[in-house]
Design a protein around this ligand. Structure first.
Ligand SMILES: [Zn+2]
Length: 97
């Protein structure tokens, strides 16, 4: 039994470049945080869940791959899950599924 989730593409709010694809669980409408283990692509970001950062503050900020706008910063959330805390208003999301 798979969990239900929605697939969102996240785009830069400034230049509209594609940033990443995210699997969102739960009913909340907003995207406040992007948990590393639910980032589907690109591979460099999806691989964050497997890498060996010692501290969450060692993780690079999430930036637009095109214009380098700062979109989010890595934080540790409840339960020790790491996520990017997203800057509201600096990105667009598009529901794919
Ligand atoms: Zn951009």
């Amino acid at each position: 039994m798979g969990q239900k989730y929605k697939v969102f593409d996240i785009h830069c709010g400034k230049c509209s470049a594609f940033v990443l694809t995210y699997h969102k669980y739960g009913a909340g409408k907003g995207i406040l945080r992007l948990y590393f283990h639910r980032i589907e692509s690109p591979s460099a970001l999806a691989a964050l869940k497997q890498t060996n950062f010692n501290k969450v503050k060692d993780v690079p900020h999430l930036r637009c791959p095109n214009c380098e706008e700062l979109l989010g910063s890595a934080v540790e959330h409840k339960g020790g899950k790491w996520a990017f805390r997203m800057r509201q208003g600096y990105f667009h999301r598009k529901l794919k599924k």
